[in-house]
Design a protein around this ligand. Structure first.
Ligand code: SAM
Length: 289
């Protein structure tokens, strides 16, 4: 039975070990059992699954995951939490804690070693200061991941789901939607954490596609275009791409826009993923002639 997940037991553990929260590690521990149940339920974990948990903290969610999964690999950067985790997870023999920085872990090698190379499920209450690099690493990396169910800042969860035309639509929306189907499964207020964060949070599930929803010759090139387009928001796409360091001339960009039936005044934030894919194929073909 999970013993953590409520304020009283959390305070007890923190006091026993005289744990001091480190702001630089984005430490906001969950203290709400309903939210924990919801995360584990929406991740759809079964006894077949190997789960990668990023940042177990004092092991609150890890206990819930250990009860539902076959195996849990929990990667925690803060060495002060390791003795606490040994204590709070002592009843579980299917959990392995690694004292490492997730951004430096070779997740593909981990999956090979721990799950015979089969896709893992990633579940985490993420440290908010590195949300984007963690998500991009998981999406773009070589490691096979089946789904990613994560607690993030509400505003970031919204951005992942946004479609063209909205203010929050950007490079993150396009990257997430190229690799996965995003779905917000819960909104979580600050009082579900200790200490309370200054922002609202949300749990979002990203179900990874076996095959991206759009076809593009060179997805790396498409993402370079996307980044260049959003680097200079509120400017025209022509401007953004011309100054994007891709060596494209104004004429090349105008010709591609005309081929797509788009105005030369069009802005990047109005283009859909399909349109970026087409633009990428046209520009690459013409540029290489
Ligand atoms: N899972 C716990 C919970 O829900 O109560 C803790 C979540 S807390 C928001 C984020 C956790 O990630 C902290 O334990 C923090 O120390 C850890 N962390 C921060 N940066 C990390 C990194 N680069 N690699 C691994 N863990 C990290």
């Amino acid at each position: 039975m999970a013993t953590l997940g409520n304020p009283q037991n959390t305070i007890e553990v923190l006091q026993k070990y005289q744990f001091r929260f480190q702001k630089k590690f984005g430490q906001n521990f969950l203290i709400d059992t309903h939210v924990l149940d919801k995360i584990v339920e929406s991740a759809g974990i079964t006894k077949d699954d190997c789960v990668l948990e990023i940042g177990p903290g004092i092991g609150t969610m890890t206990q819930y995951l250990a009860e539902s999964a076959r195996k849990v690999i929990a990667v925690e950067i803060d060495s002060n939490l390791i003795p606490i985790l040994e204590d709070t997870l002592s009843a579980y023999d299917n959990v392995q804690v690694l004292n490492e920085d997730i951004l430096k872990v070779d997740i593909e090698a981990l999956a090979k070693e721990q799950n015979e190379g089969r896709p893992m499920k990633v579940v985490a209450n993420l440290p908010y200061y590195i949300t984007t690099p963690i998500i991009m690493g998981l999406l773009e990396g070589e490691a096979k991941v089946d789904s990613i169910t994560i607690m993030v800042q509400k505003e970031v969860a919204d951005r992942m789901q946004m479609t063209p035309g909205s203010k929050e639509y950007g490079a993150l929306s396009l990257a997430v939607q190229y690799y996965a189907k995003p779905e917000i499964v819960a909104n979580v207020p600050p009082n579900c954490f200790m200490p309370r964060p200054n922002v609202g949070s949300a749990v979002i599930r990203l179900s990874l596609y076996e095959k991206p929803p759009v076809e593009v010759q060179d997805s790396k090139y498409m993402f370079q275009l996307i980044r260049a387009s959003f680097n200079q928001r509120r400017k025209t796409l022509v401007n953004g791409l011309q100054n994007g360091g891709l060596g494209l001339t104004k004429d090349e960009i105008l010709a591609a826009l005309s081929e797509m039936g788009l105005s030369e005044m069009v802005r990047g934030e109005t283009l859909s993923l399909e349109q970026f894919a087409l633009l990428s194929d046209i520009l690459q073909k013409n540029h290489n002639i």
